[in-house]
Design a protein around this ligand. Structure first.
Ligand SMILES: Nc1ncnc2c1ncn2[C@@H]1O[C@H](COP(=O)(O)OP(=O)(O)OP(=O)(O)O)[C@@H](O)[C@H]1O
Ligand SMILES: [Mg+2]
Length: 307
């Protein structure tokens, strides 16, 4: 890490002018580790602290790799299919590192101003409101851009100056250059299966990131996660994982995507609340992923093989 990153002086603005969502404010009361400046003032990012240790079952060496990446403030890309643990991982890492986590769900209507901030009109005239990216950069948080490819490329490029050696964010409309706080890091999630030529990250964006591959955990580990998260018994969890493995083999052969860990947790939750396993699997595993009658039959019969 560059020495000047750790030694750079930092003084948060007083009375920051951005909106903290009500839910986040409520969470902040439980947050154990408030950041304060030298005057004792709380940081607006306190509302974004992960108060309680999230349950995360390590699958390989991803925790150590991420910690090493964070220690040099390398921007990180989490790649993997839907529902395999990317968001849970970043929540866990933010908790472990003791850093606030500012999450942005990206979509194609999102503009650079949604990330960076804008002037707002209120009773007292205009005031600047930092966007989530600026807030994380200014006060030192992890900014997690979820499903970043959904954002248009002209929006995504605003992260470029923050994700290379400059670590600055020019606020053109405000005439300010924000120097990233030493704790600041950008993390993006990316689902490699879903990209089209029109919708992909530019190489100049990709090459600013280190990447961790995520996938569904191996059988025993996934069953353990399903038990923990849904409360279903181990036997049933193992059967659910078998069904998922069956469906994952059908990806590209009639299914766009396999059954995710998230779906198994849904099914397990229904079973643990007394729903019959066949009905639970139909509702939580089969019906959501396909409308094709043949494929539904094939998956339903896989379910009956195990339950
Ligand atoms: N390794 C893991 N440890 C603990 N829980 C996990 C793990 N992997 C998956 N889960 C569980 O699976 C659920 C779905 O994971 P998560 O929301 O992190 O998926 P995701 O990869 O972010 O999906 P998406 O791309 O759709 O956002 C989590 O809520 C969590 O309960
Ligand atoms: Mg996610």
């Amino acid at each position: 890490m560059r020495d000047d990153l750790t030694n750079r002086g930092y003084l948060p603005r007083r009375n920051p002018a951005f909106h903290v969502p009500a839910a986040a404010s409520a969470r902040s009361e439980a947050a154990p580790r408030a950041v304060t400046d030298t005057t004792g003032a709380a940081s607006p990012l306190d509302a974004y602290r992960v108060a309680k240790e999230p349950y995360y079952r390590a699958v390989a060496d991803e925790i150590a790799l991420y910690e090493a990446a964070y220690s040099v403030r390398m921007p990180m890309m989490l790649k993997g299919p839907t529902g395999c643990g990317k968001t849970r991982f970043v929540e866990y890492m933010a908790w472990k590192l003791g850093k606030p986590l500012v999450t942005v769900a990206c979509n194609e209507d999102m503009t650079a101003s949604d990330l960076v901030g804008r002037f707002l009109l209120d009773a007292n005239g205009t005031r600047w409101q930092d966007g989530p990216l600026t807030m994380a950069a200014r006060f030192g948080g992890i900014c997690y851009l979820d499903e970043v490819v959904e954002a248009r490329q002209d929006t995504t490029v605003v992260i470029h100056s923050l994700t290379d050696a400059r670590r600055v964010l020019p606020l053109e409309k405000k005439g300010e250059i924000v120097e990233a706080h030493p704790d600041f890091q950008v993390v993006i999630s990316y689902n490699p299966g879903y990209q089209s030529l029109m919708k992909d990250l530019k190489q100049s964006t990709k090459q600013r990131f280190g990447a961790l591959d995520f996938n569904y955990p191996e059988h025993e580990v996934e069953a353990e996660i399903v038990v923990h998260e849904s409360g279903v018994g181990l036997d049933a969890a193992k059967k659910l994982v078998h069904i998922a493995e069956h469906a994952r083999n059908l990806k590209g052969h009639g299914l766009d995507e396999g059954i995710s860990t998230r779906m198994l947790i849904y099914a397990g939750s229904l079973i643990s609340r007394g729903v019959a396993p066949l009905a639970a699997c139909r509702v939580a595993l089969v019906r959501p992923i396909t409308d094709d009658p043949d494929m539904r039959n094939a998956l339903d019969s896989a379910v009956t093989t195990y339950f």
